[in-house]
Design a protein around this ligand. Structure first.
Ligand code: ATP
Ligand code: MG
Length: 393
């Protein structure tokens, strides 16, 4: 069956009251963006608490469903047949045709679920349910009615037009991107941070990203991998602006001046400061990282605390309590895993110590950082000034 329209159902959470239109408008915008990437042309609009996407051209059904399944805020996608009201007899013929094309003559149980938004229709909802049920039983001897647990729930909505639909393809849930403000993702080439970005985007957060690279210790390919990850996350979040920071001179300087078992912590502190600088500049409300308690020495509670101390903005860590395997599973699901496991060097691993501290003391770290006082401000400023911006997605 060729569907000319889709009814988009959205999650009700957080959409009550005065903010509802903000949520709906953001969702319409995100649906438009997603559908523009497909071959079809669509008109996306809201009408009396519903969002519709009408096809204005030929389109590829699978491609469109896939695109819509990436739009956060969508709870369900219902391929829809929309007809004019030409009386109940005409509706009956259309519904029979619909069932014929979608299900054919196979054994199934169904229930008719009619709703009238327009009370001047010639029949009540109960009458439509009964009469349409009877018409279907007459037309399809294989069908039977099950009002409690039907295999097919046939929805008939009497509105300005009449909507006929029975399939609900699950959406990703969450909130439309943009409804929760913007945050700065510290995006590395690893498995965790793209997942963290995805999770924040799912709650409506628009993403910007900062990546620290250290040429020639890290290659162009390592950078390209991060851009590819940003592009994959952008399929869900919309375009991501990536700040690519050249971190080499800062890293070499820390390497030269600080105890090696504290390198990772001190480097992370500088990274967070620089990321926060960009975050503030572009109106972000927080930072996002892929840290998870205890995963490595720089992610013990003590280390996280000492790293966090340089920031005044909140740092959000969506995967903080996830096991690695859970993060991997999600990375596979969202399509970032295969990119993340490409074997390219990371700026942190290049300078990593054999026995890094696992319980850093803030006092000692601050003391070590005093060794940097001569040049660190200048090097940080130069890193910021030479940052390259790439739009991914
Ligand atoms: P990931 O899998 O996300 O790389 P990880 O387990 O390798 O994480 P770390 O390397 O300790 O952990 O990094 C912790 C977090 O710090 C990352 O999730 C990321 O948010 C941030 N981070 C690490 N390296 C970089 C980098 N080169 N550029 C930007 N952010 C980084
Ligand atoms: Mg990493």
């Amino acid at each position: 069956m060729e569907f000319k329209s889709f009814l988009i159902k959205y999650a009700e959470i957080g959409v009550k009251g005065k903010n509802k239109f903000i949520f709906e408008d953001a969702l319409v915008k995100q649906i438009n963006t997603a559908l523009k990437k497909t071959d079809g042309t669509f008109k996306v609009y809201k009408e009396t608490g519903r969002i519709y996407a009408d096809a204005l051209s030929e389109y590829d059904y699978d491609e469109v469903i896939e695109a819509l399944q990436r739009v956060f805020g969508i709870a369900g996608i219902c391929p829809l047949v929309q007809i004019e009201d030409k009386g109940f007899e005409d509706l009956k013929q259309n519904v029979i045709l619909y069932m014929e094309e979608v299900y054919g003559h196979k054994n199934l149980t169904f229930k008719v679920n009619a709703r009238r938004a327009r009370k001047n229709y010639e029949k009540t909802s109960v009458e439509i349910n009964m009469d349409m049920g009877e018409a279907l039983l007459n037309a399809f001897s294989e069908y039977s009615v099950d009002v409690h647990n039907p295999q097919v729930m046939l929805n008939i909505e009497i509105r300005k037009h009449i909507n006929i639909y029975s399939m609900t393809i699950p959406g990703p849930g969450g909130m439309p991107v943009g409804t929760a403000g913007k945050a700065m993702l510290l995006l590395s080439g690893g498995i965790d941070s793209p997942v963290a970005g995805y999770m924040a985007a799912k709650r409506g957060v628009q993403l910007e990203a900062t990546y620290f690279h250290a040429p020639p210790y890290t290659s162009e390919r390592a950078k390209q991998k991060v851009i590819d990850l940003a592009k994959q996350v952008a399929l869900y979040s919309g375009p991501v602006r990536v700040n690519v920071v050249n971190f080499t001179d800062v890293q070499l300087y820390i390497y030269e001046k600080c105890p090696h078992d504290e390198l990772t912590i001190i480097m992370k502190r500088v990274m967070f400061k620089i990321a926060e600088h960009f975050a503030r500049e572009s109106g972000c409300l927080g930072l996002i990282t892929g840290e998870s308690i205890g995963q490595v020495s720089s992610q013990t509670l003590q280390s996280l605390g000492v790293i966090n101390e340089v920031c005044t903005m909140p740092v959000f860590r969506p995967v903080i309590a996830f096991d690695k395997q859970d993060i991997v599973d999600m990375a596979i699901k969202i399509g970032t895993y295969d990119i993340s496991i490409q074997p390219f060097e990371d700026c942190c691993t290049t300078f990593v110590a054999k026995h890094p501290v696992t319980k850093p003391s803030l006092e000692r770290i601050r003391k070590s950082e005093e060794n940097l006082s001569e040049n660190i401000d200048r090097l940080v400023r130069e890193a910021i000034e030479s940052t390259q911006v790439i739009i991914a997605g």
